[in-house]
Design a protein around this ligand. Structure first.
Ligand SMILES: Nc1nc2c(c(=O)[nH]1)N[C@H]1C(S)=C(S)[C@@H](COP(=O)(O)OP(=O)(O)OC[C@H]3O[C@@H](n4cnc5c(=O)[nH]c(N)nc54)[C@H](O)[C@@H]3O)O[C@H]1N2
Ligand SMILES: Nc1nc2c(c(=O)[nH]1)N[C@H]1C(S)=C(S)[C@@H](COP(=O)(O)OP(=O)(O)OC[C@H]3O[C@@H](n4cnc5c(=O)[nH]c(N)nc54)[C@H](O)[C@@H]3O)O[C@H]1N2
Ligand code: SF4
Ligand SMILES: [Mo]
Length: 730
């Protein structure tokens, strides 16, 4: 039974009802929270982090601390809407309120009609992690789309390159228990802005520091995390794979390696030694911009044999480049070389999602597809997926490079689009193509949302969805080992409904009468939890979640997943050499894949005549969560306006001064931003703040106007941080 925290007690003493829940956002921290509700008004009046959750530790981030403000925001969508004006119209009435019955009927009729003409693949689902909950995420939605036989979606927009690189090497996305970072003697925060995007790891890091650990940040930007760390190692974007090879070179050359662990726990060391010998620090310096002596220093610190191991936290920033999968793979080899996995806190952490061995088949019901196998579109190629040109649609198919499959049939044009938990008009690459697709008058678009986002502007029917205060859900984490239950604290605001209920109604209106379309959210969750057979869920029952709110996976504590040198790879070892990669057409050894930017720079015909290309990245903003919170005044005020950070030398070469408006352009077009000149970014790199709503940006465009729909080396991921641009004062 959970204890009663001070804050909870005080709320109860004030006559409030306290409800335990969990943050739904796409964030590794997956906080447990408590909400105080006034029983007289049934309004939520306070929210705070759960004191007993070891990772949340009683605190929410600055965004979600204001979650009530978002849920009760005056612009919250409260009624179903039907389009009356032109798609994307910027003035005049655009929508009229309609009843739920009208909305559902119209959706079922339009969907049915389109399927009669073009078959079920004419329906496209488009969603990501607006909520990470299992039921309001894909639970009921997948039942519907599977039953329908709709086009599937490759959900590649965030993490697929790194996850693939990691799994080739370690087998699954498993790392040390993040709470054990406390026991590390050296912490590298590599391509991660911890204080913004994983802030609950910071107190753990501070505990390690108090006990003597050193904290180093490897990042092209001197982020707030880099400022708070002991050292900042500026690196050129997209070159981390080369840095890892250089570190291996020095570790092996200086024999700062753990031969016993390598012998027992790795595969292919001799081939790796040969490969790494080709990567002396001078070569790595030329690529990364990090002086050779510093690379040697980093390797020596990493290889130092002390009582405490080195820990590496990487995040997804460094894999949004062409060589992103390989970069993650290379870094994932490092802990095995020095035997860091032997010790509590040692190893590398990208995501803990592979520790959650959850079977979602009962929840999402892939069996409803029967023997149908609909095409899968890559979500990063939405613009092409929505094209009427068959060749464009062919390119939109999910293709994992470099495996060459014969070109697939393009399949029918998309005539019905369901968007939920996602804001593609702002977040997807190749924005002009996305908008051109959404603007098609013969496309029927349904958007489930909390607010009138950029995507809503293009909808035919808008359906108001509940927020996490108003529905049930269950959350796994990708940054720690706890599962958390979310109970509704208040009734739905306005006429909003949970995504699950919306899909349930649409399914029934389409004539699907299977019992699974009648199951309640609670029943779905209970059946899901109680049917899990993996040992990680031992003793975690629905009853226990109801009682305690959150549970640690049934993993050993302390958790040292690879201490014995056993990995869930085909060979059972950490694969320095991967036969699977060779089979899939990759270099089986750690290699360096240069960013697209490097090629663009080499090919640049103008570089002699004018200041050359700059490498544009657009990492998460501190006060937004992707494009969520951008419309809430408090957060927009904190982020000020869409900015472009550039180095003083790059600014001077272009006669750009701080505060002026600049044009950022490439072959896809141009975006206007406000310049901020700062030496906190490496020379040659510019940083665009993300992810502003386009309608709150100059020219109604954000930085994704310039990002490419091309794929990363692995996992068909997005190249958000691999964008060559030209910048000039406007
Ligand atoms: N406040 C806030 N938190 C968030 C999000 C948000 O938008 N705002 N987004 C959430 C989401 S969806 C995700 S996926 C996660 C993680 O999302 P990530 O994109 O991994 O976010 P960060 O942890 O900020 O890491 C990005 C860092 O990597 C750096 N970087 C960019 N390119 C390179 C490179 O080539 N090499 C190296 N070494 N560094 C590079 C950037 O400068 C930045 O500091 O964060 C989640 N948390
Ligand atoms: N330039 C650039 N682009 C990027 C990135 C970047 O770093 N730079 N990051 C990329 C990454 S890592 C990611 S993960 C994607 C994220 O892209 P998205 O997944 O689109 O994330 P958000 O922008 O937060 O939009 C989520 C939307 O879901 C809605 N939502 C939340 N909960 C619910 C619910 O319960 N029901 C319904 N119906 N709606 C809900 C929110 O209101 C919000 O509008 O963006 C990618 N795009
Ligand atoms: S966004 Fe992340 S840090 Fe903030 S409350 Fe949610 S899970 Fe916690
Ligand atoms: Mo993400």
């Amino acid at each position: 039974m959970a204890r009663v925290s001070k804050r909870e007690r005080s709320a109860i003493e004030r006559g409030l009802r306290v409800v335990t829940g969990a943050c739904p956002h796409d964030c590794p921290d997956t906080c447990a929270w408590q909400v105080a509700v006034d029983p007289d008004t049934e309004r939520a009046v306070d929210i705070w982090g759960h004191a007993d959750h070891p990772f949340t530790d009683g605190k929410l981030c600055g965004k979600v601390d204001n979650y009530l403000e978002r849920s009760y925001h005056r612009e919250r969508l409260t009624s179903p809407l039907r389009r009356v004006g032109a798609k994307g119209a910027t003035n005049g009435p655009r929508f009229e309120a309609i009843s739920w019955d009208q909305a559902i009927e119209e959706i079922a009729a339009r969907t049915g009609h389109a399927i009669e003409q073009h078959g079920p693949e004419t329906v496209l689902q488009y969603s990501y992690a607006g909520t990470m909950g299992l039921v309001q995420g894909e639970g009921m939605a997948q039942r519907f789309f599977n039953r329908l036989g709709a086009t599937r979606l490759g959900r590649t927009i965030c993490a697929s390159a790194g996850m693939q690189g990691l799994s080739y090497t370690l087998g699954r996305a498993i790392g040390p228990d993040p709470l054990d970072f406390e026991h590390a003697g050296l912490i590298w925060l590599w391509g991660t802005n911890t204080l913004s995007s994983n802030m609950h790891l910071w107190p753990v890091i501070q505990r390690a520091r108090k006990a003597g650990a050193k904290v180093v940040v490897i990042d092209p930007v001197r982020t707030r995390t880099a400022r708070a760390a002991d050292e900042w190692v500026p690196i050129r974007p997209g070159t981390d794979g080369a840095l890892a090879l250089g570190l291996m070179h020095v570790l092996i050359r200086e024999d700062a390696i753990d031969r016993d662990y390598i012998e027992r726990g790795t595969l292919g060391f001799e081939q790796l030694r040969e490969r790494a010998s080709k990567w002396p620090p001078a070569r790595v310096e030329a690529i990364t911009g990090i002086p050779a002596a510093r690379i040697e220093g980093l390797a020596r610190e990493y290889g130092q044999r002390g009582a405490k191991p080195p820990a590496i936290r990487i995040n997804y920033g460094l894999q949004r480049h062409r060589g992103g999968g390989m970069a993650v793979r290379n870094i994932a080899c490092l802990p095995a070389l020095v035997g860091a996995w032997r010790h509590r806190g040692g190893g590398v952490q990208l995501s803990s999602s592979g520790s959650f061995m959850l079977d979602r088949r009962g929840l999402e019901r892939p069996d409803l597809l029967g023997d149908r196998s609909p095409r899968t579109f890559n979500m990063n190629r939405l613009g092409q997926a929505l094209s009427l040109d068959p060749e464009q649609r062919r390119q939109a198919h999910l293709r994992e490079r470099p495996v060459d499959r014969p070109p697939e049939q393009p399949g029918p044009p998309v005539h019905v689009l369901f968007v939920y938990n996602c804001n593609p008009a702002a977040v997807a690459p190749d924005q002009s193509a996305v908008i051109a697709g959404l603007a098609r008058e013969d496309l029927f678009t349904v958007v489930l949302e909390h607010f009138a986002t950029d995507t809503v502007d293009w909808a035919d029917i808008v359906l108001p969805a509940t927020t996490q205060l108003e529905h049930w859900d269950l959350l796994k984490s990708y940054g720690h080992l706890y599962l958390a239950l979310n109970r509704p604290a208040i009734a739905p605001v306005g006429q909003s409904l949970p995504n699950s209920e919306i899909f349930r109604r649409v399914a029934r209106a389409c004539g699907f009468d299977e019992p699974c379309f009648h199951e309640t959210d609670e029943a779905m969750l209970e059946a899901f939890v109680d049917s899990q057979a993996d040992p990680c869920m031992a003793e975690i029952s629905w009853a226990r979640l109801l009682d305690e709110g959150f549970c640690r996976l049934a993993l050993p504590d302390p958790y040292l997943p690879f201490a014995a040198g056993e990995f869930p790879t085909p060979s059972g070892r950490c694969e320095l050499y991967s036969a699977r990669m060779a089979e899939h057409g990759y270099d089986p050894l750690p290699a360096y894949t240069a960013p697209e930017f490097a090629d663009a720079e080499l090919d640049d015909p103008e570089s002699e005549a004018s200041p050359g290309l700059l490498h544009c990245i657009s990492p998460p903003a501190h006060s937004f969560l992707n494009s969520t919170f951008v419309n809430v005044e408090k957060f927009a005020a904190r982020e000020k306006q869409p900015l472009l950070l550039l180095h003083p030398d790059d600014a001077a070469a272009r006669a750009i001064t701080d505060g002026v408006e600049v044009r950022v352009e490439n072959e896809r077009g141009e975006v206007r931003l406000r310049a901020r000149v700062t030496d906190e970014v490496v020379r040659g790199t510019v940083v665009a703040s993300s992810i502003w709503w386009t309608k709150l940006s100059p020219d109604r465009r954000n930085i994704n106007w310039l990002s490419s729909p091309a794929e990363t080396d692995m996992g068909a991921g997005a190249l958000f941080f691999d964008v060559p641009v030209r910048v000039r004062a406007s």
